[in-house]
Write a protein that binds this ligand. Structure first.
Ligand code: GDP
Length: 138
């Protein structure tokens, strides 16, 4: 069981000014920030990050959305980080997300769903090192 996960506050939530409220909930849930930065992904970088979805019909939309404005990327630490974080953010589609979850509160649609959370320990490691160099992780 790993104790780290990777997250991004997506461009929709950033644009609407929800970054502070989302980070507050993450900290209150017991996560420590081990890396963090504000950045704007190029379409190329966003495409690479989501390469696993290349064959999906929404891939183009996803890449366009994820490169449409600034994001906040972070590596977070806590016991059982990956699984607990998926519970904290809720289902991919906010209409199906449980009450109190970050997506239920801040997401508008299945595409523009406010926040990313790694789905496995292996992906948390891959995604964290995709966005952060060793010098940026603590
Ligand atoms: P996640 O692990 O909950 O983020 O969900 P997935 O790995 O299935 O999908 C990755 C991301 O692709 C989601 O968070 C959404 O931003 C986006 N996405 C998923 N399904 C759709 C869809 O049907 N339409 C659009 N436009 N985007 C989608």
């Amino acid at each position: 069981m790993s104790n780290r996960t990777f997250t991004m506050i997506k461009p929709d939530a950033f644009r609407k000014g929800h970054s502070g409220a989302i980070l507050d909930q993450i900290l209150k849930a017991g996560y420590q920030i081990k890396a963090m930065k504000m950045m704007k992904l190029s379409a190329e970088k966003a495409g690479e990050f989501y390469a696993v979805h290349k064959e999906r019909p929404f891939y183009g939309e996803l890449v366009e959305f994820m490169s449409s404005g600034p994001i906040v990327a972070a590596i977070l630490e806590k016991d059982n980080a990956v699984e607990d974080f998926r519970k904290l953010i809720g289902a991919t589609d906010p209409a199906k997300a449980e009450e109190g979850t970050i997506r239920k509160q801040f997401a508008a649609s299945v595409g523009e769903n406010a926040i990313h959370g790694s789905d496995s320990d292996a992906n948390a490691l891959i995604e964290g090192s995709f966005m952060f160099s060793g010098l940026e992780q603590f």
